[in-house]
Write a protein that binds this ligand. Structure first.
Ligand SMILES: NC(=O)C1=CN([C@@H]2O[C@H](COP(=O)(O)OP(=O)(O)OC[C@H]3O[C@@H](n4cnc5c(N)ncnc54)[C@H](O)[C@@H]3O)[C@@H](O)[C@H]2O)C=CC1
Ligand SMILES: Nc1nc(O)c(N)c(N[C@@H]2O[C@H](COP(=O)(O)O)[C@@H](O)[C@H]2O)n1
Length: 248
């Protein structure tokens, strides 16, 4: 299916917030945090629900942005809710590696070579050759043998205090193990709320705002502490607005 065209005025707006897509010449790490939200700062209508917020035009923008990255990061909550493809449909031959943050390896059955559950799109696309092999980031205290799975596994030690996996460790390990440098992080809420407070990790923040209220049962984006954005530019499309910014 062909993508809805993007208005040309969007390209120069996005340019300062994207790293060069000549990834072979530019090995410096670049992290883009990007998602779509409602006017009331919700990214889904309810827990575990896939919700379309973006207009087709800004959905195309998401694929355009994906084409500047070599990897696309989501949390396990998003994998289970959305069953996403996480591919790049902008341009030709742009491949992107899906990375799932899943400390307790809830997706073990999904990625098992002997899986009895219905195939997730990430597994299907990898097996039919249209998608890169997914990378699953798990806690290093989980003992599993890698060759049982249709994915690569990255093991990270949990932080002593909060039990989380540190973003620096996750990204460093993905760089070292797979040569990935350009990370596009799409969500969900847990990850976005966490990363909005990590100016040393996130290079660019690009938010699509759709003209809808998702109501009080929606999944909220709201960081624990206040935050003011820098270098802000707004673009107005057919129905959505896009805000490009930096965290520092
Ligand atoms: N509108 C949009 O652009 C997007 C919407 N979504 C929506 O977001 C919702 C899912 O959001 P959430 O439930 O918050 O799930 P999530 O996708 O943020 O995953 C949360 C889980 O990931 C793990 N995790 C992530 N980072 C971690 C870290 N640093 N250390 C340890 N564990 C970590 C934890 O197990 C945590 O419970 C879905 O409804 C989905 O549709 C997701 C992506 C984009
Ligand atoms: N840009 C954007 N707009 C929305 O309205 C959305 N719900 C999302 N969700 C993100 O896109 C992923 C689905 O991608 P595929 O088209 O299946 O490749 C989903 O998992 C969220 O990360 N994004």
């Amino acid at each position: 299916m062909s993508l809805h065209p993007i208005d040309e005025s969007l390209f120069p707006v996005l340019k300062p917030y994207l790293s060069s897509n000549s990834i072979h010449r530019h090995r410096r790490r670049h992290v883009t945090l990007t998602y779509a939200q409602s006017i009331d700062s919700k990214i889904a209508a309810g827990k575990g629900l896939r919700t379309h917020i973006s207009h087709e035009e800004t959905k195309t923008m998401t694929h355009y942005i994906r084409s500047f990255h070599d990897s696309l990061v989501i949390g396990i909550g998003t994998l289970l809710a959305d069953n996403p493809s996480l591919n790049c449909r902008y341009g030709e031959g742009n491949r992107i590696t899906p990375i799932i943050i899943d400390p307790t390896f809830k997706s073990m059955e999904i990625f098992s070579k002997e899986s009895k559950v219905e195939k997730y799109k990430l597994v299907e696309n990898y097996l039919n050759g249209s998608g890169n092999k997914p990378v699953i980031v798990i806690s290093d205290d989980i003992e599993v043998s890698d060759d049982r799975f249709n994915c690569d596994i990255v093991r990270i030690r949990r932080n002593n205090g909060d039990g989380k996996l540190s973003w620096n460790s996750i990204l460093n390990q993905c760089e070292d193990q797979f040569g990935l440098h350009k990370f596009m992080i799409e969500g969900g809420a847990y990850i976005i709320n966490d990363l909005l407070l990590c100016p040393d990790i996130v290079d660019s923040l690009i938010i699509t705002i759709g003209p809808v209220f998702l109501g009080e049962n929606g999944v909220s984006v709201s960081p624990k502490t206040p935050l003011s954005l820098k270098d802000v530019i707004w673009w107005k499309g057919i129905s959505d607005s896009v805000m490009c910014s930096k965290l520092k």
